[in-house]
Design a protein around this ligand. Structure first.
Ligand code: F6P
Length: 515
């Protein structure tokens, strides 16, 4: 085991603690020419503006010193060279590998995805009753749901979407029953997305869908054409009844929350076309190149991570909010929740010691302007410090000019109101201001730009993990709950009386169960 690293033991951490005692206000930073010179960053059609922060050039330099004292450089090199940086699972981390132009050109699975997409779109591959496919039901949970669902919603377009996609995640049977009620089995493709092909929710929903197909379609070999699997566990998918040529595999080094770039993205390709999926991958790759090579002070993911560390570790923030001003991005906060919180919700360092500092921030959010009429009150006048990311788009061909202008004006107004505040005669109408926010502005919601945006947040999370010296790529914390659900199901485990009483209330007492 290597030498333990605690960021909290570095000189930079101590310097930041001292600096935090007299942190400038957002208003001061807005007039600080030295900081403002550093506060606008760009990559292709994506601009990051960090003007409105409790920040100065000195604080920023101290944050960079903290980054340089951390294992960041070594880990970033390991990420791109395929080293086993996911040390608790003893494997490399492959999501940047599978979006390189070289991989896109040569990977046989991607070629199969392209061909499968074409056969479905052209109608060459039909269902068991010779009708073309019109609906996709993507069954998966966590990364096998949130990524493809978010991208499908973001890129859905009346001129280019070819099939209607539905997503089912929850083990709540009412969800799949509702979705299936709105589909015709003769024209529906069931896509089972599960890295492990062992996830309880996904398998139960897949069984429901398989029974639904069997109940309505003739018993012929063509019936298997309605089932597709996206998984690393091909044998399990075959055992389930998926035809081997309808299984799209991916590698173990692709983590669930990073898997939309892999064959888990098949549903994106089926909805929006293979070229759209490919362009999304290339957008992700553009951000990878930037992250790997741009100088640290101008490196977008680095700058965003430094902000999170500054507010979380030195100014007492517990959460961060993301507000996209675009309704088609309404699932982006939920996607980021898994990306950020499953990656950074750790309290053990890479060397196996307890952290003595706060790690991941609670990530939440909703689209603007909707959020303005719901929780923004707390942001403007509440007692919590919540750094915000506003995400905006310069144009939106699916909107109208006046509506889109109103949307952008609202974004700008919120940044200003939060930063500057306003003193009122009545204390109830007093706005303290000094609330920090970043603005990410993109020219339009294109596949390439969305690819860059997702990869920006992936790498932000990576940088935070390096500074906090935690492994961003495992998720042991979710295992205990799964194991207990199984143990309850089997009637195992001696329960403390209060827990037993709760199980009784939930009608989970074995003896009370209906036959
Ligand atoms: O329980 C958490 C988790 O393992 C996520 O990390 C993952 O994205 C999700 O479950 C689904 O897993 P699978 O794709 O193997 O069904």
């Amino acid at each position: 085991m290597s030498e333990p690293f605690y960021p909290s033991s570095t000189f930079a951490w101590q310097a930041l603690k001292t600096l935090s005692e007299q942190a400038p206000s957002v208003q001061t930073a807005m007039n600080d020419i030295e900081w403002q010179r550093k506060a606008q960053l760009q990559l292709h059609e994506l601009t990051l503006n960090v003007s409105h922060h409790r920040m100065s050039a000195d604080i920023f330099d101290a944050l960079l010193a903290l980054l340089n004292a951390s294992p960041f450089a070594k880990l970033r090199a390991g990420l791109f060279s395929g080293e086993a940086i996911n040390l608790t699972e003893h494997r490399a981390v492959g999501h940047t590998r599978i979006r390189t132009p070289e991989f896109i050109r040569t990977d046989p699975t991607l070629k199969a995805i392209r061909e499968f997409t074409q056969t479905i779109h052209s109608g060459a591959l039909k269902g068991a009753t010779q009708r073309p496919f019109k609906h996709i039901v993507n069954i998966g949970i966590g990364g096998s749901d949130l990524g493809p669902k978010m991208v499908c919603q973001a890129l859905d377009h009346p001129d280019t979407s070819r099939l209607t996609c539905h997503f089912v995640a929850n083990v709540d049977g009412a969800e799949i029953n509702t979705v299936l009620r709105n589909c015709d089995p003769e024209t529906t493709l069931i896509v089972i997305a599960s890295k492990t092909f062992t996830t309880q929710e996904t398998l139960m929903n897949a069984q429901t869908a398989r029974a639904w197909l069997r109940a309505s379609l003739p018993d012929s070999p063509e019936r298997a054409q309605h089932l597709v699997a996206l998984t690393t566990a091909a044998t399990k998918a075959v055992d389930f009844g998926v035809a081997p040529d309808q299984i799209f595999a991916f590698d173990e080094d692709i983590g669930g929350r990073y898997s939309l770039w892999s064959s888990i993205g098949l549903t994106i390709s089926l909805q929006s076309g293979f070229e759209t999926f490919e362009t999304l991958l290339l957008g992700g790759h553009a951000m990878d190149q930037h992250f790997a090579h741009a100088p640290l002070p101008q490196n977008l993911p680095v700058v965003m991570a430094l902000m999170a560390v500054w507010y979380g570790n030195f100014l007492g923030a517990q959460s961060q909010a993301v507000i996209p001003y675009c309704e088609r991005m309404s699932l982006f906060p939920a996607f980021l929740q898994q990306l950020d919180m499953e990656s950074l919700g750790k309290s053990t360092t890479r060397e196996g010691h307890s952290t003595d500092y706060q790690t991941g921030l609670i990530t939440w959010g909703q689209t603007g302007t909707n959020g303005q009429h719901a929780f923004f009150q707390l942001l403007h006048q509440g007692t919590h410090l919540v750094p915000l990311d506003f995400i905006g788009f310069a144009e939106d061909p699916l909107s109208s000019e006046p509506a889109h202008r109103a949307l952008r004006l609202n974004l700008a107004a919120q940044v200003t109101a939060l930063a500057q505040g306003q003193s009122g005669a009545d204390p109830h109408q007093d706005y303290a201001g000094n609330k920090p926010s970043s603005v990410i502005m993109l020219d339009a919601l294109t596949p390439f730009n969305l690819g860059m945006l997702i990869a920006l947040y992936e790498h932000k999370v990576f940088v935070c993990s390096a500074i906090w010296n935690i492994n961003a790529f495992d998720q042991w914390g979710v295992e205990l709950g799964k194991a207990l659900a199984n143990a309850f199901d089997r009637g195992e485990l001696e329960q403390p009386p209060v827990t037993q009483a709760l199980l009784d209330q939930l009608q989970l007492n074995q003896t009370k169960q209906k036959p």
